[in-house]
Design a protein around this ligand. Sequence first.
Ligand SMILES: [Mn+2]
Length: 220
Amino acid sequence: MKKRILVIGDIHGMWDRFMSLYGQIEYNPEEDMLIFLGDYIDRGDKPLHVLDWMYEHREDPNIIMLRGNHEQMLLDFYASGESGELWLWNGGDKTRRGLKAQKELVRQRCLDFVASLPLCHQMTIGGKEYFFCHAGIDPEQPLDKQTEESLLWVREEYYDNYRGETVIVSGHTNVDWIRPGTTTPIIWENMILMDTGSYLSEGHISCLDILSGRIWQSKD
Ligand SMILES: [Mn+2]
């Protein structure tokens, strides 16, 4: 049994903030499990630094990295022969330029890595069921029938309506939009919302230890 179950929400290319947070938590693979909820790239100024870090840690069995809608938009963009504006409109342009500057082999390795990222992860922690995903779930459907669309994109249909017992742990929607004025993760009985506006001037990247309830946040 791990001593800490650490979960980190959206990073969005904010490398310095990510390093500030990562330094504080002092991740120890012997004692910790570390779960990332996706959206490593776009918006911030160093998306490929974050993606490279994820790539370098991909074989650590104590780290789980999920796919976010921004990683999905990247995959869809390249799968469609670099067409489509959705990703570029959503802050993907810097990531695209970074990838373009890389060698074909490196870029392909990166795309293969992103394509390998799972959409969700379910586990029992202290006798309670937890379901980790990027955006949330469709409350009308059982957890094993969720669509990629819901897991990557859902917003208020999920956090306004979910009444299940399994604790859903998600990022994607800034907690400040859900409860104005909130700057730390929202921890409800059956939902944990981790996106604290990583790329906004007033925002942070946050980490929660699910076992102790302790929270760490990036410092500028
Ligand atoms: Mn997102």
